[in-house]
Structures are given as C-alpha cells and as structure tokens.
Design a binder for this molecule. Structure first.
Ligand code: BES
Ligand code: ZN
Ligand code: ZN
Length: 481
C-alpha cells in the first residue's frame, strides 16, 4: 500500500473514500457540515454513535470529489489516544477493503498523530494469506493518503508498520517453510538490506562454546539449530557504556518433544518463534532510526521435536554458564534455549537485557489475550520498558518475581529443574531465566497470550500480532544513559 501525504483538501481529494474519525461527543468537522443530519439520523436509529469499532458509509457525498464518505467511531474524545487512532485507521481500512475500496483519503483530526494513523492503516491492510494461489483475495487497499499529516510522523509510521508486518510474515510461515536455517537466512537478508551486521553461530560453534542447554532441545530435530546475532552500532564514539541486548525465543515449531503436546491446536506452535521474530522486526526499524546506543539481537533458533534422538525427561544438560539443569519436561524448552542466549548476550557486552518469548500457557491463564506479562530483576529497567510500551499502546502487566518463588525450581539431581510445578508457571519460568542474568538489568516479556490473535479484530487480521516490535524500537530510540 502506498501511504502518502494528501495533496488535495477534503473537498478536492480524489479517492474511493474520504474517511474521518468521529468521537461519541463530536459533531461533523469543518468542511463536512452537510453530513450532520445524516449522522443525527444514524444516531437516532442506533446505527452509529461514534463508538470504537463502528463504521458508517455515505455514498455520493455532495460537494466532495471522493466517491464515499466513511465515518469511523473514535470512542470518547478524551480517551482517543494514539492506540485508539491506530485502531480507527485499521478499522476503516479493513472495513472498506472488504467492499472493494482501493484508495482512501484520511482526514487527520485535531491533536491526532500521523504516525499512529499510518501504522494502523498499514497493519490493518495486512492479511496472512500468502500461500493462497487461485483464490487469493485481491481485496486490498492500494493507496492511503493523509490530509493534514506531517512527513516525519508518516515516515516513522510506515517504518514501524512495515517492521511489524515483517515480523508477522515470519510468524505466519509454517514450520516446514521456516526451519531454523531459513529463519537465519531471513535474518541475514534483513540485516544486509538494513546495513546491520549478522553473525550465525552454527551447531559446531555452539558445541565449542558449551551451549549444552540449547543443543539439548535441538538434538531431537533433523533441522540444525542456529544462534542468530544481529548487531546495530551507532556511528562515532559512544556517549555511554550502555549496550542493549534484545533476546527472542525462536522455536520454529514446538511439538513439546517427548513430553508431547496434545494434537488439538498444535499447529499454533509454528508461532513459537514470535519473540525472535519481534526482535528481528525491531532491528529492521532500529537500523533506520539510528538510536545513540548499540543494540544487539540474539535469536536462538531451534525446532523442538520428538524423535529417537530427542532428549528425555530426566536428562541433565550443562548450560553455557556452567549450571546443570535437570530436564523434567521437554515441553519447557523455551527457557532452555533462552538461558544460553542470555549468557552469551552478557559475554558479548550487553549491559541491559530484554527478552520476549511465547514462554508459558500459564501467562495466558493469568492475563488472557490482552496483556503481555513483564518480569524483572530491576525496577528502573522495568520502568524504561513499561514507559516505552505505554507510549506505543502495547499492554504489559508487571508480574511478581520475589525470592519466595525461587525454590520452585529445586532439583534433586542438578543445580536447577526446568519446571516448577503446577502453580505460578509463568513465574517459575521467569525465575529460571533470572538465574542466568545475575545483576544485569533485565526484563522478560511473556507474550504467549498476545503474539497471536485467536480472533480477528475490526482493525487487525486474525493470526500474528507483531507484539513487542514497537516497544523494543521505542525503548532503543528513547534510551537515555
Ligand atoms: N510454547 C509453549 C508455551 C505456549 C503455550 C505458547 C500456548 C503459546 C501458547 C511452551 O514451550 C510450553 O510448552 N510451556 C509449557 C511449560 C510447562 C511444561 C512447564 C506450558 O506452558 O504448558
Ligand atoms: Zn514447549
Ligand atoms: Zn515453546
């Protein structure tokens, strides 16, 4: 979709639809006063009251060059923040494209944000249907222009939205199309295009280094594992010692291993690399926005299979940092690859760490599909991440991680067990990771409930959400040492 600043005005712009947001407590804006009786009538008929998610379309509006006037509800004006604007733009695009609309001219409201609108439109226009051939739905909006927008906001909005869609493309790939080697290839291609450094650690290299925990997960699959490392370095002499490490779980498919998962919904486990995909999508944008600190991404990419070579419950593996781990459940594999990646990130000089992982079903029990769970060993670091998330409209909830939970991971035979029993499963998983970060300021985001939309929303398709990309980018670009 071509997303541009409009040349024309409300009256003169040529488009299949002119679109505006109207909040519950608002009248038709200047230039569209003629629509007021029509709006009043719809309100009286209970068909459009300005609530979020509502769309009404008027055909052949008098005095406009545009063929339609589309009005989308914005909710309450006071609550019409940038996330509400993203959703309004996405809702218009999705609703109009289903009618065959190809071009939309969006009227930017007062105090509204070009970046959010552009993002919402581009994210909303995306469909995860690349593998449909003859039946491929041609319904997609080709041009989206913004009346009254600004060029800087537009450029950032396009970059962020396309980076989210890059992440969604990766998550959407089925596991046969995107085994670890292919994910590594996609990361390398992205890095080359964006001007980033990319290093791929293969199985031999990881064996030399001693990443026994990661390799234990990988050994059940015929697909070789990779540790993907992508580096962004700012130009000139650094102004501080801070170095941000972004770590993302990259399990390209999670069968559960020998502790196998039930068949129902197992297909969803192609999305078990959502954290890794988010980290890569963020690097794509970071490369162009050039923050002042170095940022390095680490994506341990493996396939968790059950086979004759797979690790067994009860096996003991040795992690890169030297701790021994008793693998009591092979389905708790995310933490077994992330620990080695977190250790490696620290050895590579990262002073601050954030990881994103579809780590536990337990976080979905706790927070549903709305919030990601945020865990930390450092309140100041958490504050940075939460503030970035808030600015970007990505919902995250601070979860507890007190010392009292630490005992859950006791093992009789090794330093640590990889599971912590039935209750508080998202917390014991987070504690497992915490054992490997020491005092390094770190935040863990459990995105198992937010990385994949089980149902479509008016503003976004069902499937991968691209969660965490915007937060990561905001965190890096707003960093103050
Ligand atoms: N990838 C899953 C977690 C998951 C569940 C992601 C649902 C997305 C949706 C993870 O590897 C896993 O299987 N975790 C286990 C841990 C348990 C064995 C301690 C879980 O949550 O059941
Ligand atoms: Zn698992
Ligand atoms: Zn998993």
């Amino acid at each position: 979709m071509e997303t541009i600043l409009a040349k024309g005005s409300i009256a003169t712009v040529e488009a299949d639809a002119l679109a505006i947001t109207l909040c519950e407590d608002e009248a038709a804006p200047k230039g569209l006063e003629f629509a007021q009786p029509w709006l009043d009538e719809m309100k009286a008929c209970d068909e459009f009251a300005g609530k979020a998610g509502e769309v009404a379309v008027l055909y052949g509006p008098k005095g406009l060059k545009a063929k339609r006037l589309a009005v989308v509800g914005g909710g309450k004006r006071a609550a019409h923040d940038s996330e509400a604007q993203r959703r309004a733009a996405g809702t218009v695009v999705r609703s109009l494209k289903s009618k065959g609309v190809k071009s939309i001219a969006w009227v930017l409201g007062a105090n509204c944000d070009t970046e959010a609108v552009a993002e919402g439109a581009i994210v909303g226009n995306y469909e995860p249907d690349h593998y449909k051939t003859s039946t491929k739905d041609p319904k997609t909006v080709e041009r989206f222009e913004i009346i009254g927008g600004d060029a800087v906001g537009l450029a950032r909005g396009i970059l962020l939205a396309e980076s989210q869609n890059f992440t969604r493309d990766l998550v959407n790939e089925p596991a046969n199309m995107l085994p670890p080697a292919k994910l590594a290839e996609r990361a390398r291609a992205m890095a080359a295009e964006a001007g980033l450094e990319c290093e791929l650690l293969d199985q031999d290299r990881m064996r030399q280094l001693g990443m026994g925990s990661l390799l234990g997960v990988a050994q059940g699959s015929i697909e070789p594992p990779f540790l993907i490392v992508v580096r962004y370095r700012p130009e000139g002499t650094p102004t501080s010692k801070d170095h941000l490490g972004l770590v993302g779980k990259g399990v390209t498919f999670d069968t559960g291993g020998v502790s196998i998962k039930p068949a129902e919904h197992m297909d969803r486990m192609k999305s078990d690399m959502s954290g890794g995909a988010a980290v890569l999508g963020a690097m794509r944008a970071i490369a162009r926005l050039k923050p002042s600190i170095p940022v390095t991404a680490f994506v341990p990419a493996v396939e968790n299979m059950c086979s004759g070579t797979a690790q067994r419950p009860g096996d003991i593996v040795k992690s890169l940092d030297g701790k021994t781990i008793e693998v009591l459940n092979t389905d708790a594999e995310g933490r077994l690859i992330l620990n080695d990646a977190l250790t490696y990130a620290q050895r590579q000089g990262c002073t601050h760490l954030v990881d994103a992982a579809t780590l536990t079903g337990a976080i979905v029990v706790a927070l549903g599909y709305v919030n990601s769970g945020a865990f930390t060993n450092n309140d100041a670091m958490l504050a940075r991440v939460m503030s970035a998330a808030k600015t970007e409209g990505e919902k995250m909830w601070h979860m507890p991680l007190e010392e009292d939970y630490k005992d859950l991971l006791k093992s009789q035979a090794a330093d640590l067990a990889n599971i912590g029993g039935r209750w508080g499963g998202a917390i014991s998983a987070a504690w497992f990771l915490r054992e490997f970060v020491g005092e390094t300021p770190w935040v863990h985001l459990d995105i198992a409930g937010t990385a994949w939309l089980e149902e479509p929303k008016p503003y976004i398709a069902k499937g991968p959400s691209g969660v965490a990309v915007r937060t990561f980018v905001r965190l890096a670009t707003s960093w103050v040492a």
